[in-house]
Design a protein around this ligand. Sequence first.
Ligand code: PLP
Length: 396
Amino acid sequence: MTRVSRRAGAITESATLAVDSRAKELRAAGEDVIGFGAGEPDYPTPEHIVVAAVEAARDPRNHRYSPSAGLPELRLAIAEKTRRESGVDCEAAQVLVTNGAKHALYEAMQALVDPGDEVLLPAPYWTTYPEAIALAGGEPVIVPTTEAAEFRVTVDQLETARTPRTKALFFVSPGNPSGTVYPPAEIKAIGRWAHENGVWVVADEIYEHLTYGKREFTSMPGLLPELADTALILNGVAKTYAMTGWRVGWIVGPLDVMKAAINLQSHSTSNVGNVSQRAAIAALEGGLQAVTEMRAAYERRGARMYELLSAIPGVTCMEPQGAFYCFPSFEGVLGREIGGRTPRNTIELASLLLDEARVAVVPGEAFGSPGYVRMTFAVSDADIEEGLQRIAKLLA
Ligand code: PLP
């Protein structure tokens, strides 16, 4: 018998949080670290949302347990928002309010996946997906994409990876860490393939409002109503409304799966904090003005980070299309002597950048794409200038 269960013992530390905490440690020790590691807006939550939360905290109704599935008003607001912004015909009963989209992901996998089921996961992928699949006993089947293909997976690749055990496909656009936004024609083709082959779609729409240039978000379940019975949408307020710390996310899906997920939540976390839920209602009902302004700043910063990265010899980078990440390849600098060390992979490179340049990035290994690093541009313009200058100088 093992002291720690095999299930929990097999989980790896979240690489994104690990880099961030090491950077924070160094900062706490007085070091001047530029952090491109964390994936969160650098803005405070908009004032009208904070005001709603303060009022909610004063209202004794919010001091009590509430329904596990979420406050009825919030479930309704989420259903309305999903109809409005994703084009999916759904009702409040199909919504489960969770402790962030990460928790939505965990519960979606618990409700959908049986031991031995395979789940298709295009790489690069968000680092938590394979863990959540494995925790449900499923097997992540990684489908690699390339920078040349702008990190988009094709139907042919998915068909090659499909087996009789394929239960579901993760579809994430805009993507983390790639910053890729799929065009509607490709979304349609992938969604049709999933439907024809009885493959569930888990659509993570958390970056829906962060697209740049001519790229626009398109919801796969919104585009293909025939997916209504075999698609789950994961989403939350974190990225759109600069609310990462409030921990409100949700799943929208068919009633049978949602019932199972709600039962699971009723025995694990119960309701999400009522004050946070009230804040989320204010966010969803308060319009998109704030995110429009933040998006414009991210777009400018992303373009600048891309420009500075592209000017470094040995580094290539796709211009970001969405989310708030650049995902450059550092293949061209691996194996070279830098600052007295010779990084052979991007884990070693990330540690070198932190030690020698005091710049935190997340190695691509965390996302199933060695050779790359993820750098968030949801940071100040000054940090982008300074951080990239430090990297360029170290690699010169
Ligand atoms: N999905 C993706 C693709 C993400 O990048 C993240 C956060 O980094 C999440 C979900 C989780 O968001 P939340 O903060 O709501 O748990």
